[in-house]
Ligand binder design. Structure first.
Ligand code: FAD
Ligand code: A2P
Length: 279
């Protein structure tokens, strides 16, 4: 269910009361573990698609309770989108999951992160490897014209436990493919560059299994009709659990890719989508 505030019909920009607060403009629940929300964007906030910020709510002790969140919207969007887990006893998300349109969310306007174009050397194909909420930074990058200007092919892989957890990514890809504004900005046919490879591990779906296994046995390349990853022109960004990130580092380095950073661009970059063992 989506609840949306009609910002155009508001007499003026809503006024927040908490320090650094933004106003929730939309909330959409996907499953009992996942939801998305949008908030107003501070006029002064500049960020690179793929970066994260600290967001949160006022804690019971009167101090802000903040957590890292990838900005899921692109840098040109006038609002900010976030895609969130609901941890049943999580200090922040046990409350955040009850957000309603018009509520306030604290947002520290200091974006940072390694999943940015600047951290990669030029290439021809860009791979986004995500599990769970790790798709959030790629939701930003997939709506950024620079992604399609820089690469001939953009491949999004998303592995989740079950089909319902793929819905956010599936809707995102469908909306990009039919987005007239992006087509006007980037050029007609830009969406032909975008390849989507969703897999599930705990429920039957058209493509079953961990993406790491499909890379190791080469079946992902056969499925997509693409040549294997080659350090000469393939670039990759990885965002998931510690387990995924560690496994993907091994796999990508096996293909000859080197890890990059903002200060030292190379062939792949990695960022945690959360700290801990997961829920
Ligand atoms: P916490 O005390 O923070 O976490 C409790 C436990 O829940 C963790 O130990 C872990 O086992 C599990 N957990 C936490 N987050 C997740 C998750 N996303 N997926 C699966 N299990 C999880 N979370 C998002 O939902 N969306 C994002 O875009 C996002 N971006 C992040 C970016 C970075 C760089 C980092 C480091 C973390 C990010 N997180 C994101 C995780 C987020 O910071 C919080 O951990 C999450 O919101 C839960 O907060 P909490 O206070 O409820 O529980
Ligand atoms: P699996 O079901 O085999 O554990 P979560 O919701 O726990 O964050 O997991 C999201 C998805 O990431 C699940 O489909 C999970 O598969 C998958 N996953 C977890 N660890 C890895 C890993 N090391 N490599 C690839 N996929 C992983």
């Amino acid at each position: 269910m989506t609840v949306r505030m009609n910002v155009e019909n508001q007499p003026a920009r809503p006024v927040a009361h908490l320090p650094d607060a933004q106003i929730v403009t939309e909330v959409r629940h996907y499953t009992d573990r996942l939801f998305r929300f949008r908030v107003t964007r501070p006029r002064s906030l500049r960020f690179r698609s793929g970066e994260f910020v600290m967001i949160g709510l006022m804690g019971d002790n009167g101090r802000p309770l903040l957590r890292a969140y990838s900005i899921a919207s692109p840098s040109w969007d006038e609002e900010l989108e976030f895609y969130s887990i609901k941890v049943p006893d999580g200090p922040l998300t046990s409350k955040l999951q009850h957000l309603k349109v018009g509520d306030e969310v604290i947002l520290r306007p200091k974006p940072v992160g390694t999943l940015v174009h600047d951290a990669l050397l030029p290439g021809k194909r860009l791979w986004f490897f995500a599990t769970g909420t790790g798709i959030a930074p790629f939701a930003s990058l997939l709506r950024d014209p620079e992604t399609y200007d820089n690469y001939d092919r953009v491949i999004l892989t998303h592995t989740c436990r079950d089909a319902a957890e793929l819905a956010y990514g599936a809707e995102l890809v469908a909306s990009i493919r039919s987005d007239q504004m992006l087509a006007d900005l980037i050029g007609a046919g830009f969406a032909d560059k975008l390849i989507y490879y969703p897999t599930t591990t705990r429920e039957q779906s058209p493509k079953m299994g961990r993406v790491t296994d499909k890379l190791r046995d080469g079946s992902i390349f056969a499925d997509l009709g693409l040549p294997p990853i080659d350090a000469a022109h393939d670039r990759a960004m990885v965002c998931g659990s510690m387990g995924l990130n560690t496994d993907m580092k091994d796999i990508l380095e096996g293909f000859g890719l080197r890890e990059g950073a903002n200060s030292d661009p190379a062939e792949y970059v990695v960022e945690k989508s959360f700290v801990g063992d997961g829920i």
